[in-house]
Structures are given as structure tokens and as C-alpha cells.
Design a protein around this ligand. Structure first.
Ligand code: NAP
Length: 279
């Protein structure tokens, strides 16, 4: 029987997930589909609670439903539990709904692929932003044993809330002291929407940053954000954000369709072409 999975959220028209999973389904010759299902906010709770009757074997969850989906699951993996948000769901024994959060794994997979050994060189990481993506990234850094994660955000109270959630490694820091903090950072991660097409650039003077510090941006449109360009210009190693999107999809595909797919250059080129971005 054809296995059906989907991206669920509201809206879902912009999602690249169908392209990613469609590529892997074709590549592995599997009898499966991956659809888009727009779930209106008023119906989200009923949709995830009634998931066993949906005809799907699992789904991804995107904004704004990651928290409600987690609340509707019978079991959560460690990441989803720590974040209070799930982006990957599947049905277990007896129709029990199981939730995972793979955003942090996507972030790690991207750095592992493009900056192998990075974690061994990272004692202190600076995370810019404190939204949903930052939550996943702080979890990911903590899971890799990064000793100190400094979280700076325009709204300091949100950085404090995030740091409190991961209090064993994370500390909130004021945006006003970034120059000092940059000087002792081994990794800088932009998780704000600044630098994205249509948004102002992230205005950050990188001069205090050590030249061997790794700089990564999870914004992937444009692929090379002004932050990454500025880091490259002064000789810092950089990793763009597209790989996070691709790698976060791997665990769901494996769970639903039984094959662990690879994030290869052809997939990357396919998504870049869809985004209208050159590599
Ligand atoms: P979010 O929850 O809405 O958080 C947005 C963050 O950006 C907040 O920290 C916000 O600060 C900050 N911000 C927004 N406008 C700002 C401005 N003008 N000046 C300073 N800070 C500003 O969004 P999210 O889900 O975390 O996503 C953030 C970005 O990451 C988006 O561009 C998204 O496309 C990208 N993303 C990429 C991937 C990937 O796979 N590569 C995955 C997830 C997200 P305040 O708290 O002060 O508002």
C-alpha cells in the first residue's frame, strides 16, 4: 500500500519539504507520497489528536503548529520534550502518536557535513536570536557538549527565557556587549531573520572575532547572506543555512519510508534552483 506522509502547518504553500521528500522517493524508487496539508489554526488540535484516522503514516509540522503538535503526542523524543515543540510525527503501536524535533539535528548535520570536527574546536558559541529556530540550535549545541552558549536577542527577555530553558549551558547576553562577546566566540550562529531577502542585513562588526571562528547563518535565501560574506571577506570559515533544511528532513524520511536518505549535491542543486539561487 502506498505510504503517505505530508507537511502540515499554516500556510504550507511555501514549503520546500515536498521537493526534498519527492526527490528521495524517486531516487529510491519507493511507493510513497509526500503531500501539503494546510491545517487551519482552529482545527490544529483536532487534526493532530485524530492523526491515526488521517490516512497518513506520519508528517512534518511547520509554523505555527509545532507546539500544539507536541502537546497532542503520546510520546516525545528528548529534543521535542526539551523544546516543547515537534516537527516530525509518526504513528507507533496501537496508533500512538510519536513526536520528534529534528531541527537541531538538521543544524548539526549541516555543520558536520561542511565543517567536520567543528564541535571539538568549539567551547563558546554565540547564538543571535531567540525564536523557535534558536531553541533548536541551543538544544543541539548542548547535546554536542559545547560548554558555553551565549544567547543575544533584540528582545532581551526572550533570550533570558531561552537561556533559562537550557540553564546548564546557556546564558542570555545583551546585544550591547556583542563586541566583547565576539572576541571570545568560537562559533557564531545567526538565527534571526535579518539578512533574509526582503529584510535588513544583520548589522554586526566582526572585527573582534577570531579569524578561525566558524560563522553560520540559518537564513538560506540568499544563500550567502551579508553576514557570511563579511565573515568570508575576513577569512573566517563559513557554512550556509541550506543544509540545515535538508538534514532536518532525513530522520522523518527514514522513519516513514524505511530508507536513510543522503543529502547530496543533486538535492542541494534542486532546492537552490527552486529558490532561484545559484550555488
Ligand atoms: P522566529 O521564532 O519568528 O524568531 C525570529 C528571531 O529574529 C527573533 O529572535 C527576533 O527577535 C529576531 N528578529 C526579527 N526581526 C528582527 C530585527 N529587525 N532586528 C533584530 N532581531 C530581529 O523565527 P524562527 O522560526 O526562529 O526563524 C528565524 C529565521 O531562521 C527565519 O529567517 C527562518 O527562515 C530561518 N530558519 C531557517 C531554517 C533552516 O532550516 N535553515 C530553519 C528554521 C528557520 P525578537 O525576539 O526581538 O523579535
Amino acid at each position: 500500500m502506498t505510504r503517505r506522509a505530508a507537511i502540515t502547518g499554516y500556510p504550507v504553500a511555501h514549503s520546500r519539504s515536498p521537493l526534498i521528500h519527492g526527490y528521495w522517493l524517486k531516487r529510491h524508487g519507493l511507493d510513497g507520497t509526500y503531500e501539503r496539508i494546510a491545517v487551519e489554526p482552529e482545527t490544529a488540535k483536532a487534526f493532530y489528536r485524530g492523526f491515526a484516522g488521517s490516512g497518513l503514516i506520519g508528517c512534518n509540522v511547520t509554523v505555527p503548529h509545532k507546539e500544539v503538535a507536541a502537546a497532542c503526542c503520546d510520546t516525545l523524543d528528548d529534543a521535542a520534550q526539551a523544546m516543547g515543540a515537534a516537527n516530525t510525527l509518526w504513528l507507533g503501536d496501537g496508533g500512538r502518536l510519536i513526536g520528534a524535533n529534528t531541527d537541531g539535528l538538521g543544524f548539526l548535520g549541516n555543520l558536520d557535513q561542511h565543517a567536520p570536527g567543528w564541535a571539538g574546536r568549539c567551547d563558546t558559541a554565540l547564538v543571535l536570536g531567540a525564536g523557535g529556530a534558536a531553541r533548536a540550535i541551543v538544544w543541539a549545541l548542548a547535546s554536542r557538549g559545547v560548554e558555553k552558549v551565549l544567547v543575544a536577542n533584540r528582545t532581551l527577555s526572550k533570550a533570558e527565557d531561552l537561556a533559562n530553558r537550557f540553564a546548564s549551558v546557556a546564558t542570555a547576553v545583551s546585544w550591547d556587549y556583542l563586541a566583547d562577546i565576539l572576541g571570545r566566540s568560537d562559533l557564531v550562529v545567526n538565527t534571526t531573520s535579518l539578512g533574509m531577502d526582503g529584510q535588513p542585513p544583520l548589522d554586526l562588526d566582526l572585527s573582534p572575532l577570531p579569524v578561525d571562528a566558524l560563522v553560520t547563518d540559518i537564513v538560506y535565501a540568499p544563500l550567502i547572506t551579508p553576514l557570511l560574506q563579511a565573515a568570508r571577506d575576513r577569512g573566517n570559515p563559513t557554512v550556509d543555512g541550506l543544509g540545515m533544511l535538508l538534514h532536518q528532513a532525513v530522520p522523518g524520511f527514514e522513519r516513514w519510508f524505511g530508507v536513510r536518505p543522503e543529502v547530496d549535491d543533486a538535492l542541494r542543486d534542486l532546492i537552490l534552483a527552486d529558490l532561484g539561487v545559484s550555488s
